[in-house]
Ligand binder design. Sequence first.
Ligand code: GLN
Length: 257
Amino acid sequence: MKESTLSVALVFPEVLSTYGDRGNATALAHRARGRGLDCRVIKVGLHDPVPRTADVYLLGGGEDAAMLLAREHLRGQRSLAEAVAAGAACFAVCAGFQLLGHEFVGPDAITRSGLGILDVRSRRLPGPRAVGEVLAESTGLDVGFLTGFENHQGDALLGPAARPLARLLVGTGNGHDHDEGVVQGTVVGTYMHGPALVRNDRLADHLLATVVGALEPFDDEPVRRLRLERRNAALRPLRRRWPLRRAGLASRERRQP
Ligand code: GLN
């Protein structure tokens, strides 16, 4: 962090904030201020230059057309890539995640280049659109289980410089190998809305810690309850689908001393 105030750049919220992804900025500011840190959220409009000096950059999801518009305005701007290379943290959701990769495929089947910040290539999921709750266990970072919801047609193929953020228990995520999201240096990408940093407090703290160093503990009881409630909601359809297995497990549990 360059100054005593942590700056969070919310990139193009007019077009990249589907399902309230701008709430990721609110979550970061809330958790930073809870530790006595000053935090300023800078909304970067579609016609504004992306600043070079923010500490954290947030890109949210967007519909196909909105995503292409965001791409037009990001193209040719080097500031995000330079800031990340200099150590800034970046968190990108769904359309934002795809835009940071080498390339992605739109609904017109045309492959377009992304910013190339992530070693990821996105194509179209072969099956129906991935819609619904997501539950995953973090593997690329040590931030516990992750909860969110997805609504996308893109997948994500990770290259050798990138590692998966999490292993899926419920949901489609990247569409390959039960992986969800990506971690590459200080950049985290995911298909999870929620907003994801509201639902996943340890992931939010990871991004803050990337720029400010170790953080004081900050327990948020409503978030803890929300996480458990969402985890149960994500698991409910599985429990309904496999009642026999559940019954089997239950009788095994009863037999144990
Ligand atoms: N339009 C993109 C897709 O369908 C991203 C969707 C989103 O950001 N929710 O894959």
